[in-house]
Design a protein. Structure first.
Lengths: 116, 112
């Protein structure tokens, strides 16, 4: 079946501009996560959505970052007034939340964001 | 504060030999641990996991060992194959918290 898809695959923007990154999770997965990977670093948690519950935004680095998930499916991560330190690969993941959930998350290919 | 650490940024192993990747953690609340494998330009893919109630989990060529007293886990790959060349990430979670905390990754190169 189809995996997690993300668009665009690459995004180059100028400092100060806003960007939107999109994630389509695996059909039927109720949990959706955003992470980012800066150069030479591990994946850093940003935000987590689970069904209709309030999202866990504890990983968002600043108020320039926001995300929404419409209809329990597609998610958009928005970065306002981008800065050069926002340059990273932004990864989306989804998982099937069940009583037997083991934490396995399925990742998309990522969006490489470059802020000039 | 790096709660999950992979202190070896790279590892080179000869084909057919054993690859051992190491991971240390500091948060004693972690109760589930996972290894992910990542090829260039792709997202990480799940490899193997272990619950804190176990000390070993095996899946084919891959075995994960957990030493809770040392807050250390390791991934063994034997025999190593060229297709195993990738970046390996260790991750940990607190059950119920859902989010994963990742290490920095170790780039494994298998030499023919």
């Amino acid at each position: 079946g189809a995996g997690v898809s993300q668009s665009p695959s690459n995004k180059v923007t100028e400092k100060g501009k806003d960007v939107e990154l999109r994630c389509d999770p695996i059909s039927g997965h109720t949990a959706l996560y955003w992470y980012r990977q800066s150069l030479g670093q591990g994946l850093e948690f940003l935000i987590y959505f689970q069904g209709n519950s309030a999202p866990d935004k504890s990983g968002l680095p600043s108020d320039r970052f926001s995300a929404e998930r419409t209809g329990g499916s597609v998610s958009t991560l928005t970065i306002q007034r981008t800065q050069q330190e926002d340059s990273a690969v932004y990864l989306c993941a989804s998982s099937r939340r069940s009583s037997g959930s083991n934490g396995e998350q399925f990742f998309g290919p990522g969006t490489r964001l470059t802020v000039l | 504060d790096q709660q999950v650490k992979q202190n070896s940024p790279s590892l080179s192993v000869q084909e057919g030999r054993i690859s051992i990747l190491n991971c240390d953690y500091t948060n004693s609340m972690f109760d589930y641990f996972l290894w992910y494998k990542k090829y260039p330009a792709e997202g990480p893919t799940f490899l193997i996991s272990i619950s804190s109630i176990k000390d070993k989990n095996e899946d084919g060529r891959f075995t994960v060992f957990l030493n809770k007293s040392a807050k250390h886990l390791s991934l063994h790959i034997v025999p190593s194959q060229p297709g195993d060349s990738a970046v390996y990430f260790c991750a940990a979670s607190v059950r119920g918290a859902q989010k994963l905390v990742f290490g920095q990754g170790t780039r494994l190169t298998i030499n023919p």
